[in-house]
Design a protein around this ligand. Structure first.
Ligand code: ATP
Ligand code: MG
Length: 152
């Protein structure tokens, strides 16, 4: 994987995280199955853990929010699985697949409807723009860890 390939992927990739609550409950495989079933290709994957510092950087856009401290504590409370997903309209389609941030409002059948516990412990993350997807993918993965399918 080189820089040219990464540029070529702009607009076709999104970054997802299976959050600590879902990992703890044993939902990694069922969630990945839903994602693959919905037509996304996994082009990078790793199980990792966020330090307090890394979680603060990842969610920096929320640093002024009242829930920030609690969110950081939660996101660094255990292992996570980060994944780069490839598909046409990846960002938009993936946000539809995961459902509303608050599981109370998530549509039936969405990943958060099925697996989230609360507004904070909501099982899964999805990038909210192509620009952020690009940034977030490079936050978790080096070029050597991303496997773009040439024929797609
Ligand atoms: P994510 O960025 O994790 O995909 P999102 O884009 O749907 O979620 P954001 O507004 O970016 O929602 O919030 C980031 C995360 O912060 C949420 O997924 C949730 O875990 C947590 N969060 C958001 N709002 C609240 C809140 N009011 N109280 C507690 N936690 C919250
Ligand atoms: Mg967000």
């Amino acid at each position: 994987m080189n820089m040219i390939d990464i540029d070529h992927m702009f607009g076709k990739i999104t970054l997802s995280i299976i959050k600590p609550d879902a990992v703890k409950k044993g939902h990694i495989v069922p969630i990945l199955s839903e994602i693959i079933h919905a037509g996304f290709n996994i082009i990078a994957i790793k199980m990792t853990e966020l330090s307090i510092k890394s979680a603060q950087i990842f969610y920096a856009e929320h640093q002024k929010k009242l829930f920030f401290e609690s969110l950081i504590k939660f996101m660094s409370s255990g292992p996570i699985v980060s994944v780069i997903l490839e598909k046409k309209n990846a960002v938009k389609d993936f946000r539809v697949l995961i459902g509303n941030t608050n599981p109370v409002y998530a549509k039936k059948g969405t990943i958060r409807y099925l697996y989230a516990t609360s507004l904070e412990e909501n099982a899964i993350h999805g990038s909210d723009s192509d620009q952020n997807a690009f940034k977030e993918c490079l936050f978790y993965f080096s070029h050597r860890e991303i496997f773009f399918k040439k024929d797609l």
